[in-house]
Design a protein around this ligand. Structure first.
Ligand code: IPE
Ligand code: IPE
Ligand code: MG
Length: 270
């Protein structure tokens, strides 16, 4: 990362926020830190469609538009990393036609967003069992990940065929192999080592987790990484979640007090 992101909260990037876009009618809190890493469980596509008498896939199509808008907004705000839960390991158990449609959407997303990702210096990465993705998705995805690898304005990480438990198990397996070869001693295995062997090791700590659609669970997303993240559950269905909602979420984050097990600033002064 070539940029000093600690300045991001004080100096919002030059791109102006469209007036009146936020439902609270304001932008972010000047001086309060921005989350470095925002993770989103993009949920509610099916219910959004059902409520309109549409097919589930129509909800996924509209949800893909939200992905475009939210990525653009996150980049404009100055977020360092955005991780989007697009497809869970468990989502493979959905009906084959829905899985197929989601893979088709992913393929189109990668092709259609290529120019915007490159123009905006965004580095695209992915976590999850990418080997399970069909080849027609894997190829353009791998290509864009490789081509954008040196971009350093924002990391956009797609969680695809991802499961938090599965990722932890993979980390444990990697460590176990090193123990077996004698590369590391069992007593050296600590939380940092586990973190370093996760697929998210190159990302900053998750500061804010947003889940849309009113569900209040983490559904096997970033289980380890969420240890001290601020959790925000919003009722908005993902296809309705756009830039104003992201701004609202970040404002809410800015008003939280993070203590990490310590005393609050007010107590500490006593
Ligand atoms: C989220 O929307 C998208 C994925 C999980 C791929 P859902 O498809 O889960 O929508 P609901 O939860 O059924 O409304
Ligand atoms: C979580 O949503 C996975 C993604 C958003 C990709 P789900 O809709 O699959 O989660 P559950 O089944 O409601 O827990
Ligand atoms: Mg869902």
């Amino acid at each position: 990362m070539g940029k000093d992101h600690s300045q991001a909260a004080k100096e919002l990037p030059p791109e102006p926020f469209e007036a009146g876009q936020s439902r609270v009618g304001e932008t972010l809190l000047a001086g309060a830190p921005l989350p470095r890493h925002v993770a989103i469980i993009m949920d509610g596509n099916g219910r959004w469609a059902r409520d309109r008498g549409l097919a589930r896939i129509d909800g996924h199509h509209e949800g893909a538009k939200s992905v475009r808008k939210v990525v653009r907004a996150a980049r404009a705000i100055g977020i360092e990393a955005l991780t989007l839960y697009a497809f869970s390991e468990q989502n493979w158990d959905r009906p084959p036609d829905e899985v197929e449609a989601l893979m088709e959407l992913l393929y189109r997303y990668v092709l259609e967003e290529r120019a915007e990702i490159m123009d905006n210096e965004i580095r695209l990465t992915a976590i999850g069992e990418l080997d399970r993705l069909p080849q027609f998705v894997r190829e353009p995805l791998d290509q864009l990940m490789a081509d954008s690898a040196d971009n350093d304005e924002m990391i956009l990480c797609l969680a695809l065929s991802y499961g938090g438990r599965e990722d932890l198990a993979a980390s444990m397996r990697a460590i176990a192999r090193k123990v077996q070869t004698g590369e590391i001693q069992p007593t050296r295995v600590d939380e940092r080592m586990i973190t370093e062997h996760l697929s998210t090791s190159y990302l900053p700590p998750v500061d804010l987790l947003i889940r849309t659609s009113g569900e209040q669970r983490v559904s096997n997303f970033l289980l380890w990484e969420l240890a001290y993240a601020e959790l925000l559950f919003v009722d908005t269905m993902w296809p309705d979640f756009r830039k104003p909602h992201l701004l609202d979420a970040i404002r809410a984050y800015q008003q939280r007090e993070r203590r990490f097990g310590r005393l609050s600033a007010a107590h500490a002064a006593d």
